[in-house]
Ligand binder design. Structure first.
Ligand code: DC
Length: 238
């Protein structure tokens, strides 16, 4: 079957990566978590004191350091996930802390940072057979993606999911603190100048507030089957 590109965009913590991973597994596609890339650059900034406690980013130095930031992704057979490596070090845990959450929107709004990440993303997806999640995949990275989804879910449900994820890693916050961070990031991600988060006109909206993981997977597999059916029909007409 023809390999396609699946772009999944949407707000923070609405289950994009869970669905993307399940799809990639089912279809034997690769999965690219673009948020992990912006998170890794943010971690680099924090480790190298280019971001201070008041979330001020030394943009000039961070841009100058971009050439020193090498990102790679390796599938871990044990955890069954794609782990993120920053300059050869596995940072999969460190990039998901509240400190990174609080600074990543700022870092991802820097034009030069986006240019570098987008060029890596296009390279990773150039052979198709990829599920990529983020904020601007269907609008900007792969505007011709065959399947585009825009995911959303109720704010409290999203905050609870992120709270559970943080507590499972020993990081404890209140639901309200996590919710405020999510809403702030959604606002910053949607209103920034460079490639803001918006729904692509041809993206299908998936609100998963009341949907199980299985329901969501089934929903997208049906979209994919419809796509293949229609393109087969179109081919036979030519
Ligand atoms: O999906 P995530 O929560 O891991 O993403 C972290 C941040 O990275 C998010 O707040 C905005 C930014 N991001 C982006 O600007 N563009 C993308 N394609 C992916 C993420």
């Amino acid at each position: 079957m023809q390999k396609i590109t699946i772009a999944i965009d949407g707000y923070s913590s609405c289950g994009k990566s869970t669905l993307a991973k399940a799809l990639a597994h089912k279809l034997h596609y690769s999965y690219v978590d673009t948020g992990a890339m912006y998170r890794s650059v943010t971690l680099y900034g924090l480790q190298n004191k280019l971001i201070d406690k008041d979330h001020h980013v030394n943009e000039k130095e961070l841009i100058a350091a971009l050439d020193k930031i090498e990102l790679s992704f390796h599938f871990d057979d044990h955890t069954k996930t794609n782990e993120t490596f920053l300059n050869g070090v596995n940072v999969d845990r460190e990039i998901r802390t509240m400190e990174v959450n609080e600074n990543v929107s700022k870092v991802s709004s820097i034009k030069e940072v986006r240019e570098k990440m987008i060029s890596i993303q296009r390279h990773l997806g150039k052979k198709k057979g990829v599920v990529m999640d983020g904020r601007d995949i269907g609008t900007n990275v792969f505007p011709k993606a065959e399947i585009k989804l825009f995911m959303t879910a109720d704010n409290t449900v999203r905050a609870q999911r992120r709270l559970d994820e943080l507590s499972s890693k020993g990081q404890y916050f209140t639901l309200e603190e996590v919710k405020q961070n999510l809403l702030q990031r959604d606002h910053d991600d949607s209103t920034r100048k460079e490639n803001p988060l918006t729904r692509a006109e041809d993206a299908v909206v998936l609100d998963n507030t009341d949907l199980s993981k299985e329901d969501q997977l089934e929903f997208v597999l049906k979209l994919i089957a419809d796509f293949h059916f229609i393109s087969k029909q179109e081919q036979s007409q030519h």
